[in-house]
Design a binder for this molecule. Structure first.
Ligand SMILES: Cc1cc2nc3c(=O)[nH]c(=O)nc-3n(C[C@H](O)[C@H](O)[C@H](O)COP(=O)(O)O)c2cc1C
Length: 548
C-alpha cells in the first residue's frame, strides 16, 4: 500500500491538522504493516501558481512548462494508492498554497470535454492516467468551535476532484487546542479516536461508531470560545468597530490567567465558591479566579480572600502550561509555592482540565474500573479476627471469604496485592487446618503482610497504597506524580513497619491469656494508623508545596 501525505499547512509538522494525520497514519500502519508512506510538506516545496498557458495540454502534453517541485509531486500522486490531504481551513476552504498545488494538477488531465460517472457539477475533463483505483482521505482542523457547517467549500472542491462523496473525511473544530499541552487529556482522546479510524480505514472503512466519536466537540462551545477569546490578550469590549489600533491590550499574565479561568470545569464545583489567587512573583501581579457554580471569572482588584494562593514566577507557570515541566515536579523542586488550602492542587485536573461533553464523561465513568483496598484487607482481617477466636471455624470462614470477595467486588480492578492476598490467606488457613498451630501461623501472617507492604516500597516500584489511593487523585495519571508517589511511599513503609511490630507483639500475645483477643487488640493500632494516614495524605503534600 502506497500512501502519499500532502501537508498543506504553512506550519509543516507543527500543524494542528498534521497531528490528526499522524494519528491516522499510525492507525493505518498498525493494520497494514507494509504500508509505504511519502510525506510532502507544501511549505517546504517550491510550487508556483499556474500560468494558465495550457502548454501542458497542447505543446508539451502532460508536462508543465514551470520546472519546480510539482513535477515530482505529480509522480508521487501517480505512485500513491491513497492520497491524504492534510490542511487547515482558511476562509472556509483550503489554504492558498494548497490551492496552487491543486491548480497545478492540470497536466494530469486531458483537454477534452467529457463528464465522468459520479462527477459533481456540469462539464469536466477526463484524467490522463487511470486513477480509478486510487483513494483519497481529507483531514483538516479549523479554528471555530465546530467543523459542522464550515466545510461546505472544501467538500464542494473534493466532490469535484474525486467524485461526489468519493473520499473519506475527518474535519475537526477547535483545532488550536491540539497545541495546548495542558489539554492533552482532551485532545489525546480525540487523537486515539483518529488512530482507531486509521485502523478501521485500512481494514475496510471507518465505522459509524468512530465517525460519531470524531464528530464530538473537544470542549463545550462556551468553554472553548471563552478560552480562545482570552488567548489574544485583548479586551473584547475595548474594540470599536471601524477604528484601528484602539484595542486595549491586557497584560500577558492577566490574559494567561483568564485562559486558565476559562478552562474551569463548573461540574467540579465542590458546593461552595473557591477563590484561587495567582501571584506572579517576578512581575508583582496578582489575580483571583473565582470558581463558582455557574462558571468562573477573574477578579483583578485582589479584594477577595483567597482559599489557595499560588506564588510563582510567570516563566515557571508558563512552562507548566506548555508541558515543558510537570506541575508536581516543579513543586517538588520548589519552583513555586502554594499557600492555604491544598485540596485544590490535589484535584487540579478535575478543576481545570476543561469541561468535556456530558456523553463523553459518562462513557469514561462507565469504562473506568477502580481498585478497592477492601479486596486486599477483608481476607486478612477476617483471618486475624476469626482464627484468634476459633481456629477451625476461623480458617473455614477465611477460605470462604477469599472465595466470595472477588464475586462481591467483580466491578473493581484487581491489583497484584489483591491476588497475592487471595492466595496467601487461604494458604495460611489450609496450613492451620492441617495442624500447624495458629500461635505460629498468625504471627507469620502478620509478618508476611508487613513484608508485602515494605517490599512494594523499594526500587522503582509503585508503593502499595498508591495503587488504591490513586482513585481519588485522577487515576493512573497520579502514578506519574512524584509527590503522590513519595507521600504513598512514606505511608506504605509506616504500615509495613507497623505490621512487623504486630507480628512480634502477637507472637507473645498468642502465648498469653490475651490469645483469643489478639485479633481485636491488633486492630486498634491500624485504626489509629488509618486516622494518621488520612491526615498525612493532606498534610505532607501541603508542607512540600509551602516550600518547607
Ligand atoms: C488565514 C486564516 C484563515 C482562517 N480561516 C478559518 C475559517 O474560515 N474557519 C475556521 O474555523 N478557522 C479558520 N482559521 C483557523 C485555522 O483553520 C485553525 O487555526 C487550524 O487549526 C490551523 O491548522 P494548522 O495548524 O494545521 O495549520 C483560519 C486561520 C488563518 C490563519
Amino acid at each position: 500500500m502506497h500512501i502519499l501525505v500532502i501537508n498543506g499547512s504553512p506550519k509543516g509538522e507543527k500543524s494542528n491538522s498534521y497531528q490528526l494525520t499522524k494519528a491516522f497514519l499510525e492507525g493505518i500502519k498498525q493494520e497494514a504493516a507494509g504500508a509505504e508512506i511519502r510525506e510532502r510538506a507544501v511549505c517546504r516545496m517550491e510550487i508556483k501558481p499556474c500560468l494558465g498557458c495550457f502548454l501542458c495540454w497542447n505543446r508539451t502534453p502532460g508536462k508543465c512548462c514551470i520546472g519546480d517541485d510539482m513535477e515530482q509531486l505529480i509522480q508521487d500522486l501517480l505512485w500513491a494508492d491513497i492520497t491524504v490531504w492534510s490542511f487547515p481551513l482558511y476562509y472556509y476552504t483550503v489554504p492558498g498554497s494548497l490551492k496552487n498545488l491543486i491548480d497545478r494538477q492540470l497536466p494530469m488531465l486531458l483537454p477534452f470535454m467529457e463528464e465522468t460517472e459520479g462527477q459533481a457539477g456540469n462539464g469536466g475533463h477526463p484524467s490522463r492516467y487511470d486513477m480509478s483505483e486510487k483513494r483519497t482521505v481529507v483531514i483538516s482542523t479549523c479554528g471555530f468551535y465546530t467543523a459542522e457547517g464550515n466545510y461546505d467549500g472544501v467538500c464542494n472542491l473534493f466532490d469535484h476532484l474525486c467524485g461526489q462523496g468519493n473520499y473519506t473525511k475527518i474535519f475537526c473544530g477547535q483545532g488550536e487546542l491540539f497545541r495546548v499541552p495542558e489539554l492533552s487529556s482532551v485532545t489525546g482522546d480525540y487523537l486515539s479516536s483518529v488512530e482507531q479510524a486509521g485502523r478501521e480505514y485500512a481494514g475496510g472503512g471507518i465505522s459509524a461508531q468512530s465517525r460519531e466519536r470524531l464528530a464530538q466537540l473537544l470542549l463545550p462551545r462556551e468553554t472553548f470560545e471563552a478560552c480562545a477569546d482570552a488567548s489574544w490578550g485583548i479586551e473584547k469590549e475595548s474594540i470599536e468597530t471601524g477604528k484601528n489600533g484602539d484595542a486595549k491590550k491586557v497584560s500577558d499574565t492577566l490574559a494567561f490567567t483568564k485562559q486558565m479561568a476559562a478552562l474551569y470545569r463548573k461540574e467540579s464545583w465542590p458546593g461552595r465558591d473557591i477563590v484561587l489567587e495567582m501571584c506572579y512573583t517576578d512581575v508583582e501581579e496578582r489575580y483571583q479566579i473565582v470558581m463558582g457554580k455557574d462558571g468562573s471569572h477573574v477578579c483583578t482588584d485582589g479584594t477577595l480572600t483567597a482559599d489557595t494562593r499560588i506564588e510563582t514566577p510567570v516563566a515557571v507557570w508558563r512552562s507548566i502550561a506548555a508541558g515543558e515541566i510537570r506541575g508536581d515536579e516543579a513543586m517538588m523542586q520548589g519552583l513555586y509555592r502554594v499557600k492555604g488550602d491544598f485540596k485544590l492542587m490535589l484535584k487540579w485536573d478535575d478543576y481545570f482540565g476543561g469541561s468535556r461533553p456530558q456523553a463523553k464523561r459518562e462513557q469514561e465513568t462507565f469504562a473506568q474500573k477502580n481498585t478497592d483496598m477492601s479486596i486486599l484487607l477483608i481476607p486478612w482481617i477476617v483471618l486475624w479476627v476469626a482464627v484468634s477466636v476459633s481456629r477451625q471455624k476461623g480458617c473455614l470462614i477465611g477460605i470462604a471469604v477469599c472465595a466470595l470477595v472477588p464475586l462481591v467486588f467483580y466491578r473493581n480492578k484487581k491489583t497484584l496485592y489483591d491476588v497475592i492476598s487471595g492466595v496467601l490467606v487461604p494458604g495460611f488457613c489450609i496450613a492451620m487446618l492441617i495442624g500447624i498451630s495458629e500461635k505460629q501461623m498468625l504471627p507469620v501472617s502478620y509478618l508476611t503482610f508487613g513484608v508485602m507492604w515494605l517490599a512494594s516500597c523499594f526500587g522503582e516500584r509503585i508503593p502499595l497504597t498508591a495503587h488504591y489511593s490513586k482513585n481519588g487523585y485522577g487515576g493512573e495519571k497520579a502514578l506519574q506524580n512524584p509527590l503522590f508517589i513519595k507521600t504513598n511511599r512514606i505511608l506504605t513503609m509506616l504500615w509495613g513497619i507497623l505490621y512487623l511490630f504486630t507480628a512480634v507483639g502477637s507472637w507473645f500475645m498468642m502465648r498469653s491469656a490475651l490469645s483469643s483477643l489478639s485479633g481485636l487488640i491488633n486492630s486498634v493500632l491500624p485504626v489509629l494508623m488509618g486516622i494518621f494516614t488520612v491526615w498525612f495524605q493532606r498534610w505532607y503534600p501541603a508542607r512540600v508545596a509551602r516550600g518547607k
